[in-house]
Design a protein around this ligand. Structure first.
Ligand code: EPU
Length: 436
């Protein structure tokens, strides 16, 4: 993993050809790894992506007393039989949004958790009120004091309940599912999120002995069990990583086989790219992406799954910036997910943002520029734009991108992209663009 002392340098404007293998899903891994704390035994987890959010998650598990053993670069064994610590180190927690899953996992198994308020990408206000309401419905007492969340189950333990989520939330659905997995009786989560990683977490917990039904629909039923046992589980492929590479081909042109995906998970992205004139062929676990002609305009609105994912909004906007005609992008999940637009404008993009809507007037060409990643998917979108742009694009603050992309440089170089990771003095990385 690289710090702010490194940047990506891309010589763009060249089409991509070859194959890219997709890694395990980040947003599944950051839920499943904390869930391993609930298991009274050894979990072997396969297809774990090598990204900094995973490294951080494993550091947190170790700090809590779990024995973590890396079997090979994508397989980890976690033994949580001897956890005695329910306080998650503040410095580690603040670096990652998904640290909130530690509350559900620790509360579910041990009846108590002390976790600092989570960090993560700045996408606008990111409350956890729905998570807290869910835990309270299960009987927990939850206090937020001095930047920490303290959650405690009653002496008799958590009790199943019916929980209606008044907003669809990935994090709250997964967190409540974890806490409920070992509560007494039946929990029903209504208006649950349906993202692929929700199903993956449910499948992981079920493999370890939980009783969760309906994950992937908007009603999830969890019948609590007394104990979860060890087992082996393999994480699903990353929908957003695959979508990002599809966007790279759409923007730069070429013909690339994206390998090891679940094509059904990709439908929301595939159909949008097809509307834009990209040819997409499904072949078992692979998807071939071909872009020969100019991209066409379209409109995009981000929504919970199976709608178009917010985590692909910056990358599709990079493509639309090069499409013929004017497109409208409507961000339906986050308040503040257009911070990258000013960076795109440095490349010659014509985009106007008004609240949650961006009006994107396609241009014939983008030109390379020094940029600075401002969050994970914004950084990924800068790579998409940089690959298509004429000239050299430098991207600083790549630690954001490394939170969620396993070997991005290696995978893109494998399809002929001229992208290099280079060391640069701190000042250089930080002056790549003005703070604006
Ligand atoms: N919300 C609340 N209260 C809550 C929780 C959420 O009002 O207690 C609101 C949020 O403010 C937001 C909406 O509900 O407007 C949806 O938030 P959600 O809880 O679904 O998001 P999240 O769990 O914090 C996960 C992903 C994000 C992804 C969103 C939406 C992880 C670790 N993060 O966040 O991924 O954007 O779901 O799909 O799974 C990324 O990977 O780049 C990323 C940011």
């Amino acid at each position: 993993m690289y710090s702010a002392l490194y940047k990506y340098v891309i010589h763009g404007g060249k089409p991509l050809f070859g194959e890219i293998e997709i890694s395990g899903a980040k947003n599944a891994a950051v839920g499943i790894l904390p869930a391993a704390l609930m298991v009274d035994g050894v979990c072997r987890i396969e297809n774990v992506p090598q990204i900094s959010d995973v490294t951080l998650s494993l550091d947190i598990l170790s700090a809590l007393g779990a024995e973590v053993r890396l079997v090979n670069k994508n397989t980890v064994e976690i033994d949580s039989r001897h956890i005695r610590n329910f306080t998650v180190p503040d410095d580690l927690c603040r670096k990652m949004r998904a640290s909130y899953y530690l509350i559900g996992a620790l509360l579910g198994r041990f009846g108590r958790a002390q976790v600092s308020m989570p960090g993560g990408c700045n996408l606008g206000v990111r409350p956890i009120d729905l998570h807290i309401k869910g835990f309270e419905k299960l009987g927990a007492t939850v206090d937020v004091m001095g930047g920490f969340v303290y959650a405690t189950a009653p002496e008799s333990g958590l009790r199943g309940s019916t929980i209606y989520m008044d907003q669809v939330s990935v994090g709250a659905t997964m967190n409540v599912m974890m806490a409920a997995a070992m509560a007494k009786g039946l929990t029903v989560i209504e208006n649950a999120a349906k993202e692929p990683h929700i199903v993956d977490l449910a499948n992981f917990l079920n493999t370890m002995g939980a009783h969760i039904m309906g994950a992937g629909t908007d009603v999830i039923k969890v019948r609590g069990v007394e104990r979860l046992h060890g087992g082996t589980y393999s994480i699903i492929p990353d929908q957003i990583e695959a979508g990002t590479y599809m966007a790279c081909v759409a923007a730069a042109g070429g013909n690339v086989l994206i390998k090891n995906v679940i094509p059904k998970h990709m439908d929301c992205i595939t159909s949008k790219l097809e509307e834009m004139g990209v040819e997409i062929r499904e072949d078992g676990d692979n998807i071939r992406v071909i872009r020969k002609h100019h991209l066409r305009r379209t409109n995009v609105k981000t929504m919970p799954y199976p709608g178009f994912p917010t985590d692909m909004q910056p990358q599709i906007t990079a493509c639309l910036a090069l499409a013929r005609g004017t497109s409208m992008v409507n961000e339906g999940i986050w308040d503040n997910r257009y911070r990258y637009v000013d960076e795109f404008k440095r490349m010659g993009a014509r985009i106007q943002v008004d609240g949650k809507v961006a009006v994107v007037e396609g241009v014939e060409r983008l030109s390379g520029a020094p940029l600075r990643a401002c969050d994970l998917r914004a950084g990924a979108a800068m790579v998409v734009a940089g690959l298509a742009a004429k000239g050299t694009t430098e991207i600083g603050e790549i630690h954001y991108i490394e939170r969620g992309y396993d070997d991005l440089v290696g995978k893109l170089r494998g399809v002929g992209a001229e992208i290099t990771l280079i060391a640069c003095p701190d000042d250089d990385a930080n002056s790549a663009s003005s703070a604006g």
